[in-house]
Design a protein around this ligand. Structure first.
Ligand SMILES: NC(=O)c1ccc[n+]([C@@H]2O[C@H](COP(=O)([O-])OP(=O)(O)OC[C@H]3O[C@@H](n4cnc5c(N)ncnc54)[C@H](OP(=O)(O)O)[C@@H]3O)[C@@H](O)[C@H]2O)c1
Ligand SMILES: [Zn+2]
Ligand SMILES: [Zn+2]
Length: 333
């Protein structure tokens, strides 16, 4: 049996929950969970904000642990390997996008917490292709958040061929945003942090930003007109997107990784006049995750974490819900 924490209905408190995972499939591994980060998507799924949650719901998709079971067809992992598991627990591996190395865009992929029990548990299962071995030199306790938060903000740098000469802004300095600042600084970019918390401005500078702006001040945003090649939005709320578009240079891009629910109300002229783009992306492929981990080790990039025990998960979720997390919560046994 797997001992997990689950919610029985939308927004419910997590309670101890046991389930029988059945026989280990030939392509699967079982992971003994050591640490699991808490992403804002765990909260959105818990509340069924995206209409795709099934209950009992076991959150957790920033897992770090040791391989404790190996299916008969698994070739890339061995018993005892230290590994990470992120948003996806399986890919179809057969469609055109999977075959071109964009598995994170696969329509047939299985989400670790979508119709599948996640990592707030003593064990979790996933197909071996979705599980990544930790490289030497990576801090194990803080590594979990790289597998969702980290890859989500690293992937756009690869997808859009971001240059070290680029000026890049990050909106929202939370779990994703604080990692984006570190990656962008190491990438060589000039980095601006947009935050709604005055208390985060100093810390943002220490984490790699060169400038900070109040993300809710129309005057401060307007003063940055024409500045950025790329803006990464990590917020899950509606902001004045037309105002943000004006802060892009010609050919600049406003890229969404934060799951803002309200539709974007964007004027076409803000795009047309300077050939600007709007885009979005989900996490990243396994190949890009390996590249990210290598880059993180080389540059000493590391999630800034607050640790709670698994049995304190209710307090941990409340802390995140209240916007208090600095900057990512990790559960530990
Ligand atoms: N695309 C993907 O694959 C992917 C992957 C992971 C997560 N996500 C999504 O990305 C979003 C961020 O996740 P996270 O785990 O980083 O969340 P988080 O730690 O809660 O950070 C979100 C940040 O948004 C800002 N924010 C929140 N409310 C705000 C408001 N009313 N006004 C202005 N700013 C506000 C805050 O930054 P400041 O305090 O600096 O203002 C906050 O720290 C979520 O929607 C999550 O579901 C997407
Ligand atoms: Zn996530
Ligand atoms: Zn596929």
């Amino acid at each position: 049996m797997i001992h997990a924490y689950a919610a029985r209905e939308p927004g419910a408190k997590l309670e101890p929950f046991e389930y029988d995972p059945g026989e280990l499939m030939p392509v699967e591994v079982e992971i003994d969970v050591e640490y699991c980060g808490i992403c804002h998507s765990d909260l959105s799924m818990l509340d069924n904000e995206w209409g795709m949650t099934s209950y009992p719901f076991v959150p957790g998709h920033e897992v770090v642990g040791r391989v404790a079971g190996v299916g008969s067809q698994v070739k890339n992992l061995q018993m005892g390997d230290l590994v990470g598991l992120g948003w996806h627990a399986a890919y179809c591996n057969d469609c055109a996008v999977c075959r071109s190395g964009d598995q994170n865009l696969c329509a047939g992929a299985t989400g670790t917490i979508v119709g599948h029990h996640g990592g707030f548990a003593d064990k979790v299962r996933a197909e071996a292709d979705a599980v990544i071995r930790l490289p030497e030199g990576l801090d194990v306790e803080s590594a979990g958040p790289l597998f969702c938060g980290g890859i989500t903000v690293f992937n756009p740098l690869v997808q859009y061929d971001v240059q070290p000469t680029d000026r890049v802004a990050v909106i929202g300095i939370g779990g994703l945003g604080h990692l984006a600042l570190q990656f962008l600084n190491a990438w060589g970019c000039e980095v601006t942090a947009f935050t709604s918390h005055a208390s985060k401005r100093e810390e943002a500078l220490r984490m790699g930003a060169h400038h900070t702006v109040n993300s809710r001040s129309a005057e401060e945003i307007a003063a940055a007109a024409g500045s950025f090649d790329l803006i990464l939005s990590t917020v899950n709320v509606k902001l004045d997107w037309n105002l943000y578009l004006q802060t892009l240079k010609p050919k600049g891009r406003l890229h969404f990784v934060g799951a803002t629910l309200e539709p974007l109300d964007v004027g076409a002229f803000g795009l047309i006049s300077a050939q600007r783009s709007i885009s979005g992306s989900p996490v990243g492929s396994p190949g890009t995750m390996v590249t990210m981990l290598d880059f993180a080790v080389r540059h000493g990039i590391r999630p800034v974490i607050e640790t709670f025990r698994f049995d304190q998960v209710t307090d941990a979720l409340k802390h995140l819900r209240e916007g208090q997390a600095k900057y990512r919560i990790v559960l530990a046994h």
